[in-house]
Every structure is written in structure tokens, then in C-alpha cells.
Design a protein around this ligand. Structure first.
Ligand SMILES: Cc1cc2nc3c(=O)[nH]c(=O)nc-3n(C[C@H](O)[C@H](O)[C@H](O)COP(=O)(O)O)c2cc1C
Length: 175
């Protein structure tokens, strides 16, 4: 893959908020998870766990943590959890890097899913305490993001990209 192809993939990834009920094969899910497994993390501590939600009862619990009509159209979910005890904490100030590590792995999931012709959407605005209790997650695991995964229905309600300009976000320090 050259850089133009990578930029095209990054542009193609979009938040999909309308899914068809077509199932995603286990092989494709395994490939997507492989892209998360090989993600970098601070000091290579890999403080993550991915819960793959395909069962009806578990899907209802996930949907109850984020009650949106579109969210319930997804045929499956990946819950990206972080373990703060396993993560690297910077020695200078104790900064916890769990969220950074999880974010990298989640974006690997979103990009590889796009390459596989699948739709995803980052979801963080869910009731994390409720989901943790409902799924009886161990104390040390925090559900950080939920990624609905499925084939887009039509355009998947994707919106045109709205981004700040390069000039607004980039500053070169050349002195
Ligand atoms: C950390 C993070 C959390 C997000 N949480 C939600 C969410 O809870 N619900 C939602 O509908 N979209 C959520 N999004 C999706 C953003 O709204 C979306 O990425 C942004 O508007 C850019 O659009 P695009 O993904 O289509 O390029 C989240 C995105 C990120 C990166």
C-alpha cells in the first residue's frame, strides 16, 4: 500500500450509523481483531481486552447502555476495554496511557473494517458504569469504546467530512 492508498482508506472510513442485518463472518472479524492485536502501545504493555458481542442477550445489554435507534441496527459490537493497572504510567507525572493505547487499537479496528468493506462508528457516549455492571466485567476493566460492526445499509448515513484546514492545525517549528 502506498501513501495515497492509505489516505484514501482513511478518507473512506466514516461513522456509519445505519447497518444492514447481514452477518459478519468470523474470518473477517478475526482479521479485524488481528489488526488490533498488533497495534502499538506504551512500553508495549497492551493493556486491552476486546469483548466480541454477538449473542442476543449481550447485544440487548450493550444497546441499553446507548439507547439510539441507529445503534441497535448493528449486527454485532466490539467493546474495547482498558486495564488501568496494566497500562504504562509516565514516571514524571503518573499520566495514565490506557486511553491512548485503546484509541490506537480501536482506530486499527475501524480502518481494517473499512478495508474489509465494513462500517463502524466510535461510540464513547454510553453509560460505562451500567454496561460494566450489566456484563459483570472485572473491577480492573473499563469499557472505553463500543464499536458497532456491520455492513452499511445504503450510505450508512455517512456525512461529508468536515475538518479544520491544515493551516489551522499544523505549526512547523523550524528555529
Ligand atoms: C473518541 C470518539 C468518541 C465518539 N463517540 C461517539 C458517540 O458516542 N456517538 C456517535 O454517534 N459518534 C461518536 N463518535 C463519532 C464522531 O462523531 C465522528 O468520528 C466525527 O463526527 C467525524 O465524523 P466521521 O467519523 O464520519 O469522519 C466518536 C468519535 C470519537 C473519535
Amino acid at each position: 500500500m502506498n501513501i495515497q492508498e492509505f489516505i484514501k482508506l482513511a478518507e473512506e472510513r466514516s461513522s456509519i450509523r445505519k447497518y444492514s442485518d447481514k452477518e459478519v463472518s468470523r474470518e473477517v472479524v478475526a482479521q479485524i481483531l488481528e489488526s488490533a492485536r498488533i497495534a502499538p502501545s506504551a512500553v508495549n504493555f497492551q493493556p486491552w481486552k476486546f469483548l466480541i458481542v454477538t449473542g442476543d442477550k449481550s447485544k440487548q445489554l450493550v444497546r441499553a447502555s446507548y439507547a439510539r435507534e441507529w445503534f441497535a441496527t448493528a449486527p454485532m459490537y466490539i467493546i474495547a476495554c482498558g486495564n488501568h493497572q496494566e497500562a504504562w504510567h509516565r514516571s514524571f507525572d503518573g499520566k495514565d496511557h490506557t486511553d491512548i493505547d485503546i484509541a490506537i487499537a480501536v482506530e486499527h479496528i475501524c480502518l481494517s473494517a473499512t478495508a474489509a468493506g465494513l462500517g463502524t462508528c466510535w461510540v464513547c457516549n454510553f453509560d460505562a458504569a451500567k454496561l460494566k455492571a450489566d456484563l459483570s466485567l472485572p473491577e480492573n476493566l473499563e469499557p472505553i469504546a463500543i464499536i458497532p460492526l456491520g455492513y452499511s445499509e445504503g450510505d450508512g448515513d455517512a456525512r461529508p467530512k468536515k475538518r479544520k484546514s491544515t493551516e489551522e492545525i499544523v505549526q512547523w517549528l523550524e528555529e
